[in-house]
Design a protein around this ligand. Structure first.
Ligand code: NAP
Length: 330
């Protein structure tokens, strides 16, 4: 059986979720793909730190060169977070002809053209399903089974923290600050929630969605972005009285002439809109294609296992391609 060797950069929520997903389902994965996947090295900052899942101590390293450029690693999974050094690590891995999987929307959105070019120039795969909507398989769907469509609109609730806050404000008539505090206590919001509540995280994800659905790169900084910090209880009560829900939406449209418009902002949606029923930490992406018509993807946008599921899925796709290539060369 072909063995594909994987290196993880990062063993936090997503790194450990990826490790657990592959471990939990390896028997089934081997049977169905004819490939065995082994996680052979894991980069972390502090190997002595307690982890949410256990991996053998000898797998951990603090030296990125044990993974990037190592002839013993076929696929590098970048699960660090932040724009640097993550972007440089991905570019370096591609130069060494290693395939790359990432969950890092900030790095991908910031450096999308360079990363795509490096993957093409070096003849390697670059997959990043987990970067938008966590466990929701929207990116692969846009580029594979929906690839025959011309898309005219994308609307996404793609940040669980802000959707949780807005849902709680709406359902329990609460103030923004009070809900944020509870969300932080429950782990639904970061200690510094700026990237989420100001809409920057959604702008990164919308940039990636636009690139895949419309074939154009729009830098996240060029997307007009308004978060939810200005939404009050009164705004929500007024919307509710008009049978509308307020949701933070990453929105992009393409008109018949091909002109794109895009923004991240709180939007009022009628109760009847499929996105209005997406509550709490759940995510959903609503797309309109000229053949498939309206379609909604719904599920868990974050969390170790849902996100690990998407990273592992990308690893499997690459592993299958590696195995097929090996067969062809025989
Ligand atoms: N959390 C989610 O549900 C989710 C969902 C979708 C996408 N993502 C994306 O996935 C990525 C990872 O998120 P996460 O929640 O797993 O983050 P996390 O829990 O903070 O884990 C980050 C990991 O990377 C390691 N690390 C960070 N910088 C490093 C460096 N310079 N050198 C070596 N190791 C380094 C950390 O090492 P130590 O453990 O030793 O500190 C840690 O193991 C981010 O880009 C995030 O946006 C996350």
């Amino acid at each position: 059986m072909k063995k594909v060797r994987v290196g993880l950069l990062g063993f936090g929520n997503v790194g450990s979720g990826t490790y657990d997903t592959l471990k939990m389902n390896m028997g089934k994965i081997e049977r169905e793909t004819g490939v065995t996947f082994s996680i052979d090295k894991i980069l972390v900052r502090d190997p002595s730190k307690p982890r949410r899942s256990e991996a053998p101590a000898e797998l951990f390293t603090q030296d990125p060169d044990d993974i990037i450029g190592s002839p013993d690693i076929d696929i590098v999974c970048e699960l660090l977070g932040g724009i640097e050094p993550a972007s440089q690590y991905m570019l370096n891995a591609m130069k060494f002809k290693q395939h790359v999987v990432s969950a890092n929307k900030a790095a991908i959105a910031a450096n999308y053209p360079q990363l795509m070019k490096a993957a093409k120039d070096n003849g390697v795969e670059f997959r990043f399903e987990a970067s938008v909507g966590g466990g929701i398989p929207v990116l692969s769907a846009l580029t594979s089974v929906l690839g025959a469509n011309d898309f005219s609109e994308i609307m996404g609730i793609c940040n669980g923290t802000t959707n949780y806050i807005l849902t709680q404000m709406t359902d329990f008539d609460l103030d923004y600050e009070d809900v944020l505090k509870v969300a932080q206590e429950k782990g639904f919001a970061e200690a510094d929630p700026t990237a989420d509540v100001e809409g920057f995280d959604v702008a990164n994800k919308l940039s990636i969605l636009i690139a895949l659905a419309f074939g154009e790169y729009v830098a996240p900084g060029d997307i007009s972005t308004t978060g939810i910090t200005g939404i009050t209880k009164d705004d929500i009560a007024s919307a509710t009285a008009r049978h509308q829900k307020i949701k933070l939406i990453g929105h992009a449209t393409k008109d018949k002439s091909g002109k794109l418009e895009y923004s991240v902002a709180p939007m009022e949606l009628p109760f009847s809109h499929p996105l209005a029923g997406v509550s709490n930490e759940f995510n959903a992406i609503f797309v309109t294609g000229n053949a498939v018509d309206d379609l909604m993807f719904y599920g868990k946008g974050a969390g170790p296992l849902p996100t690990g599921s998407a990273v592992a899925g990308d690893v499997l796709e690459i592993g299958k391609a590696i195995a097929k290539c090996a067969e062809c060369e025989k």
